[in-house]
Write a protein of this length. Structure first.
Length: 356
């Protein structure tokens, strides 16, 4: 996930009429929602929610939402692995959902309380990492690729080579701190999920050699560096680049021809959640068609909410940077949990890249 912007309403399309979403919804009276303390603790990627979503939810439910932020899945996992400090709803990416299931960190979701689950596209109603969708609800999906400033490149950077094995844009490159090893493996023709020691060593050495040409390994803020002109190319999540494309038409996005990561973020209830009933209510609210459209319009990631897409315009539904074409999709690969040994192998390689 990952995945959302570090600042500012200006990065998103603000929907007119902040009360419009809440006013158009029908829910149970507030007194019917009072079985638990009227609070929920939400642990989410930075501003990875609609501009008014949480306020609208409080308006119709009477439940106050406190949202804490994390930068990546590792931070989320580390925060919860020793015991839930009090969160009710989290947003892990697909391979971390699998990892958390193995570690018995997630509560089963009561589907009878998610009345809007049918709004989800049937293609997302089941998953390999959570068969039957017992512990997760799809939230957003997207790709990793290269955001770039059109006026500063000789041609669209449609290969990972320009950021991982070239000095053409030396000092003007940012690489995302999450997923570099996987993307480098795909560039070299291997699986994103490879744990072959020889292949890992090969890409580790390539990245170390490339380091003098990389300005920074960005923690989910490559889009800010691109917008400010500090870099001309950045490895980033597609939604982040789409958001800054709204501000600057000199910015564009491409999925490299060697292939890339396709990810899916999910809504999950962690074990020990103090307000699980409220968590179910917030999940159901998010899956409403109008609410889902509001969120997707705001953060520019691909929604799996079919009902939401039905009320959205072609600027969203037909945007290839949001919904890749079939040829691109065939080159995408989902991350899977690599096991303890595989995870350690890749973490050690990444540590050596950073320390070099």
């Amino acid at each position: 996930m990952s995945k959302a912007m570090k600042s500012g309403v200006s990065r998103r399309r603000f929907l007119a009429g902040t009360g419009a979403v809440a006013a158009g919804l029908s829910f149970m009276p507030r007194r019917g929602w009072s079985a638990e303390e009227a609070k929920i603790n939400f642990y989410n990627w930075d501003t990875y929610i609609g501009e008014t979503t949480l306020d609208d939810f409080q308006d119709v439910s009477g439940i106050e939402v406190k949202m804490d932020l994390y930068a990546d899945n590792d931070e989320l996992f580390a925060k919860l692995k020793e015991g839930n400090p009090g969160y009710d709803l989290i947003v892990p990416t697909n391979d971390y959902v699998e990892r958390m299931l193995i570690a018995d960190m997630l509560e089963e979701i009561d589907r009878s309380k998610i009345t809007n689950f049918g709004n989800i596209d049937p293609a997302f109603q089941d998953s390999q990492f959570d068969p039957g969708r017992k512990f997760s609800v799809p939230y957003m999906w997207g790709t990793q690729g290269i955001g770039y400033r059109k006026s500063k490149v000789s041609s669209p950077p449609d290969s990972w080579k320009v950021v991982m094995e070239s000095d053409e844009y030396s000092g003007r490159i940012a690489l995302l701190s999450e997923g570099v090893i996987g993307a480098a493996l795909m560039y070299r023709g291997y699986s994103y999920n490879s744990v072959d020691p020889a292949q890992i060593k090969e890409v580790q050495e390539m990245l170390i050699k490339q380091k003098p040409h990389i300005k920074t390994f960005a923690e989910d803020n490559g889009q800010d560096l691109l917008l400010s002109g500090e870099v001309d190319l950045t490895m980033e999540w597609n939604g982040d680049i789409l958001q800054v494309m709204e501000e600057d038409d000199d910015i564009s996005y491409v999925v490299p021809k060697e292939g890339s990561l396709v990810w899916q973020d999910c809504l999950c209830i962690p074990k020990g959640a103090p307000h699980p009933e409220n968590a179910h209510k917030l999940i159901d609210f998010i899956l409403d068609a109008k609410v889902g459209a509001d969120i997707a319009n705001f953060i520019y990631y691909a929604t799996p909410n079919k009902a939401a897409r039905a009320v959205m315009d072609d600027d969203y539904n037909l945007n290839p940077a949001i919904f890749p074409d079939d040829a691109t999709i065939k080159k995408l690969e989902s991350a899977v949990f690599l096991g303890t040994d595989g995870t350690r192998l890749r973490d050690e390689a990444w540590t050596r890249v950073l320390a070099a």
